[in-house]
Design a protein around this ligand. Sequence first.
Ligand code: CP
Length: 342
Amino acid sequence: MSASTSKFAGNHILSVNQFNRDAIEYIFHIANQMQPYAQRQKRTEVLRGAILGNLFFEPSTRTRVSFGTAFNLLGGEVRETVGMSNSALAKGESLYDTARVLSGYSDIIAMRHPQAGSVAEFAAGSRVPVLNGGDGANEHPTQALLDLYTIEKECHAHGSSIDGLNIAMIGDLKYGRTVHSLCKLLSLYKNVHFTLISPTELAMPESILTAITNGGHQLTVTDQLSGSLDADICYQTRIQEERFTSQSEADKFRGKFRLDQQIYTKHFQSKTVIMHPLPRDSRAEANELDNDLNQHPNLAIFRQTDNGVLVRMALFALSLGVENLLQQHEKPVLWHTPKSTL
Ligand code: CP
């Protein structure tokens, strides 16, 4: 996909493989323009009358609600289907038939499903653009875009850039789809140093390692968090228990890589930004990202979630070809919502 030819409109967003650097920069340029609307300084009704089909066949808080919020903020309406049991998929209907039907009721569809490749299969039957909100352990392209957008902003705040970035990824790198998509996007940049820390059984898939090395980047793979890491970003992940064959299998790895203030101080530098796609597993046996880091200025997890709305607004505007019409459809904001600085 090339920004110069503006081939976003009408296209599905299924994988980060479809983006090059120009396209990413264009998405981020449009995401920046969404700030005043997301912060309720202004309102736009550019998508008034449009309908988002928001189909989540696997649990989600952030992705589902931020897709819906992003669409509402552009003036559109949202129709939700949550859970396989609330859909005719539970009666044996195919993804193709479901897509053929629901695309007749919607202008655009966002979808999450537990099977790798399922969103692409669904998209083949859809007459409207489909955005992948996560397909099994495969990909989570919109999360990767919001993560990259956050990394760019954090780097900018620290006087650095994504080119030359040093990133440590920790935890379940086998099943964690967000790190798969993020590694592919980062591989489009220059001289990135990836340090991948996971139990051997949960190591990053070979195909992703190949994408990193083919891009000429520096790669360190280890099963230990040890020594002092010169990382700009520490990207912590959750053990993806829903992908394991049994709870006891997942339990073997739970709590293996915790991050709290003491561990952070021991292994990272004062510049290191802490990221996590969320949800973080805060149960005592896991505690993968401790609450004692909640007030740390380098904790970017809630900046990530806020940025998710901007990036998803940009993707909707681009997919529906209205990215240059936002201002023409502005309306005044008639209410005031005081927000605390928590
Ligand atoms: N990051 C993410 O995908 O969160 P949800 O599972 O809550 O959507």
